[in-house]
Write a protein that binds this ligand. Structure first.
Ligand SMILES: *Cc1c(COP(=O)(O)O)cnc(C)c1O
Length: 224
């Protein structure tokens, strides 16, 4: 069941802050997605390739599908034809595969680099050292990566009641984003997206500089 009230007030609130709302619909029905679509929502986030393919096939074509889960290189080909933004690029290998599939399709696929900011080591993403290594490779090989466009970064904070800790992690990601925007991606105007914040912490994320939030349970209720 969709929480219409929550959606309407959240989308109003985010509009005033120029923040994009990605409605995270993983494990939710196509009917639930239709309900938000009818209210004007177009950006939806999914975590699982198979589920996303099924939903894409049956739902309206003007939905912008965000892949926000952990993506395995061998599955890129299934979503490459239609995906709007891949949030979880956490290795050079994955980026090169996305580029390869984009090349085959004659598409430029938008991506975010996932950065590891949480204290838990279960979350995927580049650490700072890896980001600089990645940056060096990217700058040297950019001309061969014309079928991917790196739009920014994505991160997930610790699942913690400690607001100070969560804030600190979001702040660190914002700093990292700015550093690479001013160096690795200096001449790329399209490097403009910072995806951070979920149902439980999106207000902190926006306060720390997020301009794209990924929100599921607040809109669709708990999963499973
Ligand atoms: C599931 C998920 C979300 C949404 O989480 P909620 O707490 O339900 O808002 C956001 N981002 C990622 C990467 C997710 O996997």
């Amino acid at each position: 069941m969709v929480n219409t009230q929550a959606y309407l007030s959240l989308s109003e609130q985010l509009k005033t802050k120029n923040t994009t709302l990605v409605a995270v619909s993983k494990l939710k029905s196509a009917a639930d997605i239709q309900a938000l679509y009818a209210l004007g929502q177009r950006d939806f986030g999914e975590n699982y390739v198979q589920e996303l393919m099924e939903k894409e096939a049956e739902l309206p074509k003007d939905i912008r599908w965000h892949f926000i889960g952990h993506l395995q290189s061998n599955k890129v080909k299934y979503i490459a034809p239609f995906v709007h933004l891949i949030h979880g690029v956490d290795s050079l290998k994955l980026l090169l595969e996305i580029n390869k599939q984009g090349n085959k399709l004659g598409r430029v696929i938008d991506c975010l680099l996932q950065v590891h900011i949480a204290t838990e080591d279960t979350k995927f993403g580049f650490d700072n050292t890896e980001l600089f290594q990645f940056g060096a490779y990217y700058e040297a090989n950019k001309s061969e990566m014309s079928h991917v466009r790196i739009r920014g970064m994505m991160g997930m904070a610790s699942f913690s009641e400690d607001e100070g800790q969560v804030r600190k992690e979001f702040n660190a990601l914002k700093q990292t984003f700015e550093v690479h925007k001013g160096s690795t991606f200096l001449f790329e105007e399209s490097f403009d997206t910072l995806s951070m914040g979920m149902s439980g912490d999106y207000e902190l994320a926006i306060a720390e500089g997020s301009n794209m939030v990924r929100i599921g349970s607040l809109l669709f209720g708990r999963r499973g």
